[in-house]
Design a protein around this ligand. Structure first.
Ligand SMILES: [Zn+2]
Length: 599
């Protein structure tokens, strides 16, 4: 439970206070009002009655009596997410209550926080006083400089018992830090190699963007198997939640290699430059997702590129992950009815959906479609300019307008995007984008891979990156991928998560939620299913399964004879290797430094 005490300057008369509904970066109206409890208003020592708005659940109405100039609000928020016995992330929207119908950047606020005794604090908020956060003793309040509600919401607090703050790339201005907490004492003291690669990320981003839009930047990182699975961008920080051992080795970090690069890139693309429909001056007006294939899609691409350039993953791992992404999008039957643009427009109803038939529904495909789209644009610019220019030049223009700034929001439209692309390499960019984003395209955009000097193929073994990620999942059991063969994704106990529409498994009438009990007369295991797929290659006999659906058991025959299939990229000899050029460091690598973090 989080607790807040808020003093609000008021004048006598009717007053409407509101809590946030549309949280920036969440792309859906999921403000935590349903978890806000214990709301009590007092003035001059007396409790004041309130009434919730009949239509807008986020609004509280009350009447301020004559003679009252300060209203006190107490509220609590039940928070089951991003908190463990040893750490927590405070997202301020859980505790915000402020006058309605006022732009949030015009509402001043002076924040302070009390965390458990001895826990360290990491945040992009400016400390009052000494310039650093002392580790608080019991009941100690940490005060921050006055800001406004928009900036406060954008500046979460990371706190934990096993806390380390590491300064990164000190030669680069302004200052960058990574603040780390973990459930186990040893994990938050990041290994020197990981710190060196994250410092490289800052140098590579500096070399790519040639600008910055923060006064200082804090990566906030939690290492926990209980509070993992988070990545949320902010202008001067990012909230990154990964598994307990996610940064314990190069192999472990592969599954999250692009996370910090993605969230860091958002400081430029998404926070500073924001699609006009995704910015609202309050947290109450609906945000419109139409350009999320830029906000998220281009960020996803740049996150991959920066992860490879900074050594968080290798160039061959970049290609392996790209192959998996391209195959996933190219085998997505839902693209026969739904455009990529519609996945962006409908983002608020596509987040966190069920995996059942997700391939027919499509999910938030604007992320991965964006990788293919912006790779296509990058390689096309290189082709048009004989590799003299690239998407890097576009980013310097588009994300660097106004030079270096503090945290600001500058909105853009589709037309500005087209104009800036044209200033790098003249082309019919409006048609290029419309064709790929708004149209129904039964196949994914593989032109970037082909212009980049490679071809998407299907091999009979998983690629190296896929094997590494499977061997290092935090849960320890990665599940079985038979997606490109019989058309199944299943967990290691045989439970079917999704069936590819039109696949042999779909033709055999398998459905999500069912469970495979036996394969060719033997009790199910992932290895037996994979062996059965291999054995059926070129033979007339079907793969025979016994399947449980609800309380019924039935025999199922899958008519499939092409063996196992896993995506990979194959080099097209003799063509320019732009994928190599795209993923090469712009900055010479530096040797790893010993850890110098302070507790
Ligand atoms: Zn993102």
């Amino acid at each position: 439970m989080l607790h807040a005490e808020i003093d609000i300057p008021v004048t006598a008369g009717p007053l409407t206070l509101i809590t946030p509904q549309w949280i920036p970066g969440e792309h859906q109206p999921n403000g935590p009002v349903n978890e806000i409890t214990g709301v009590v208003f007092t003035a001059n020592g007396k409790t004041l009655p309130w009434r919730r708005d009949d239509v807008n659940m986020f609004e509280f109405h009350l009447t301020v009596p004559q003679g009252v100039t300060t209203l006190h609000a107490h509220l609590d928020c039940i928070s089951l997410w991003r908190v463990t016995q040893k750490m927590g992330v405070l997202e301020w929207e859980k505790l915000l209550l402020y006058p309605a119908n006022t732009p949030v950047r015009d509402i001043p606020i002076q924040p302070s926080v009390i965390v458990p005794a001895g826990w360290g604090i990491g945040t992009a908020l400016t400390p009052l006083g000494s310039g650093a956060y002392p580790v608080p003793a019991s009941g100690t309040t940490t005060h921050f400089a006055a800001t406004n509600v928009e900036q406060l919401e954008d500046s979460p607090i990371l706190t934990g018992e096993y806390f380390h703050e590491f300064p990164l790339a000190p030669e680069i201005s302004p200052k960058h830090f990574i603040d780390v907490v973990s459930d186990e004492p040893e994990d938050s003291n990041l290994r020197p190699d990981a710190l060196a690669e994250i410092a490289n990320l800052i140098r590579e981003a500096d070399a790519l963007y040639h600008s910055h839009h923060y006064n200082q930047y804090h990566f906030l990182l939690t290492l926990s198997d209980i509070a993992d699975g988070e990545g949320l961008e902010h202008g001067q920080s990012s909230d990154n939640g990964v598994g307990e051992k996610a940064f314990s080795s190069q192999d472990h970090q592969l599954g999250d290699a692009d996370l910090l690069a993605h969230e860091f890139t958002h400081s430029w693309n998404g926070k500073y430059r924001r699609p006009v429909g995704l910015y609202q001056p309050d947290f109450a007006t609906a945000q419109q997702g139409a350009l999320l294939w830029v906000y998220e899609g281009m960020t996803q691409y740049l996150g991959y590129v920066l992860a490879a350039r900074s050594g968080l993953e290798s160039q061959s791992q970049f290609r392996d992950v790209l192959a998996m992404d391209a195959a996933s999008m190219d085998n997505k039957p839902g693209r026969e009815w739904r455009s990529t643009e519609d996945t962006a427009v409908a983002a608020s109803i596509l987040r966190g959906g069920n995996s059942a038939w997700a391939n027919w529904k499509r999910g938030q495909d604007y992320y991965t479609e964006g990788v293919l789209l912006w790779l296509d644009a990058d390689t096309l610019i290189r082709k048009l300019t004989n590799n003299q220019k690239s998407l890097d030049d576009f980013e310097r223009i588009f994300l660097g307008k106004g030079g270096n700034t503090g945290p600001l929001i500058v909105t853009y439209t589709f037309d500005e995007l087209v104009q800036d692309l044209n200033s790098v390499a003249p082309y019919d960019w409006a048609k290029f984008l419309h064709d790929r984003v708004d149209q129904i395209n039964p196949h994914a955009d593989l032109a970037g891979i082909e212009q980049g000097g490679y071809k998407l193929i299907y091999a009979d073994k998983p690629n190296a990156a896929s094997e590494t990620m499977d061997a290092n999942t935090s849960s320890g059991s990665p599940g079985i991928n038979a997606w490109y063969s019989i058309g199944l994704r299943l967990s290691s106990d045989g439970k079917l998560n999704d069936i590819r529409v039109g696949s042999p498994a779909d033709k055999a009438k398998l459905a999500p939620g069912a469970k495979i009990l036996a394969v060719n007369g033997q009790v199910f295991s992932g290895d037996r299913l994979r062996a059965a797929i291999r054995d059926a290659k070129g033979k007339p006999e079907p793969i025979r399964l016994i399947v449980q659906a609800d309380t019924y058991v039935s025999n199922v025959e899958i008519d499939y004879h092409d063996g196992e299939r896993f995506p990979a990229l194959e080099r097209t000899e003799g063509s320019p290797d732009y994928l190599e050029d795209i993923t090469k460091s712009l900055v010479p690598p530096r040797p790893a430094q010993p850890a110098t973090g302070k507790r």
